[in-house]
Write a protein that binds this ligand. Structure first.
Ligand SMILES: C[S@@+](CC[C@H](N)C(=O)[O-])C[C@H]1O[C@@H](n2cnc3c(N)ncnc32)[C@H](O)[C@@H]1O
Length: 247
């Protein structure tokens, strides 16, 4: 088995959550301890949904794809706000999808599919009016998977349609001091000699919540490589929230 499929198998195991309570919180790492409440979960969900739908004029008969939909909480919220719009949620973990199907059912408006974790081969070119992936790439420790997903999103989006996604964000100014070593590190990152997007997972790295961390330059390059056009990056609590368009 190659490194790539070995990583995806371990990711799948990590996200196949048995505990129903853990699943109800979408296995969100920051929702632990006192933060593990339905109200906190909903607060985060509403914040994400507001951003996803901001300046996003979806036609009444639009078709929307969510990558890493988990238990389908965002799709559920969107179905209430966008009557008529159709949704498909994909995820690497069957347990998450079981829960999503229990909560929302499946109809001609909402469907769910399991994916291998690095491609959208189940979907034809130019199928979707909007694709999004929230707090999914934040957990992926292999840039080739994120790059592949971006290329696949470019393929399945219709022309003029939007992709919104999040990744972990590295602020070079706060990560490195102004010492000589710190300045050299910043220079190496800025010039691309040091770069997260070239990183490949190795079996010695345990699969956990910690995906790769990208600088602004790296995010720009990631999007550019996929041939999508980067239109906005918003920074919030260690994550970057990115909007890109297919022209
Ligand atoms: C923290 S949850 C976020 C769920 C949802 N997007 C949200 O914001 O509420 C991360 C989800 O991404 C899924 N996931 C992780 N790696 C994936 C991959 N390579 N492809 C598809 N889904 C993946 C996990 O199974 C999990 O359901």
């Amino acid at each position: 088995m190659g490194i790539h499929s070995s990583y995806l198998r371990q990711c799948k195991e990590f996200w196949e959550v048995e505990d129903p309570e853990e699943r109800m919180f979408n296995r969100v790492d920051v929702l632990s301890g006192a933060n593990r409440t339905g109200a906190k979960f909903r607060e985060r969900l509403l914040k994400r949904t507001e951003w996803l739908l901001e300046r996003n004029d979806l036609a009444e008969d639009a078709y929307v794809l969510e990558i890493g939909c988990g238990i389908g909480a965002i799709i559920e919220e969107m179905t209430k706000r966008l009557p008529g719009v159709r949704f498909c949620g994909v995820d690497i973990a069957s347990k998450m999808l079981e829960e999503a199907k229990k909560r929302l059912g499946e109809s001609n408006r909402v469907s769910f599919r399991i994916v291998e974790g690095d491609n959208l081969s189940a979907f034809a070119n130019e199928s979707f009016d909007f694709v999004f992936a929230c707090y999914v790439f934040n957990h992926i420790h292999d840039a080739s998977i994120v790059k592949n997903y971006l290329r696949e999103v470019e393929r399945v989006l219709k022309r003029g349609a939007m992709f919104r996604f999040s990744v972990r964000y590295r602020n070079l100014e706060t990560t490195f001091a102004n010492s000589i070593g710190g300045r050299v590190a910043k220079l190496l990152f800025r010039s691309g000699i040091l770069s997260s997007y070239r990183a490949r997972w190795r079996p010695s790295i345990p699969v956990d919540f910690n995906g790769l961390i990208y600088t602004l330059n790296e995010i720009e390059r990631l999007v550019c490589m996929s041939r999508l056009i980067l239109t906005d990056i918003r920074l919030d609590s260690g994550s970057a929230f990115i909007t890109a368009l297919k022209t």
